[in-house]
Design a protein around this ligand. Sequence first.
Ligand code: NI
Length: 166
Amino acid sequence: MYHTLEEFLEDWRREVQNTTKLFSRLTDDSLSGKVWAEGRTMRTLAWHIVSSVSEMMGRVGFVLDDSNGEEAEPSSADEIREGYRARTSALDQQLQEKWNDASLAEEHDMYGQMWSNATTLKVLVTHEIHHRGQLTVLMRQAGLAVPGIYGPSYEEWSAYGMPPHP
Ligand code: NI
């Protein structure tokens, strides 16, 4: 649980860097890939990560884009990258302008339950990590190289001259 805004920002900025690193490996050609017939495509999954930032934070008073959640999924990987960059930088700036440490204890109706803003921020982070893990699998199955996030990826072990860990 976050006790100060700075605690959150430190965590969040690191995760934004991680997601940005993963998104940097997306290619236009790979976006329609999925693991099973009914599954989400990489495009849908990546865009869900992007749009969830504005959807979730929109419920606690932040306007991070002007789509009202009506936006179509973009066709290119660059639009996904730019959408993420724009939303996360707007959030970073607006959080510093509008919230302080006391804001974390305020509660809002989130999906039918009352959550403190500290809880909402925690869910923002874990939701993104959850879907980023799914996206990593899809990217690997599509033959894309994936970056290490909390530890080296297969390719990175080799680059360090070490045998890849399973
Ligand atoms: Ni989700």
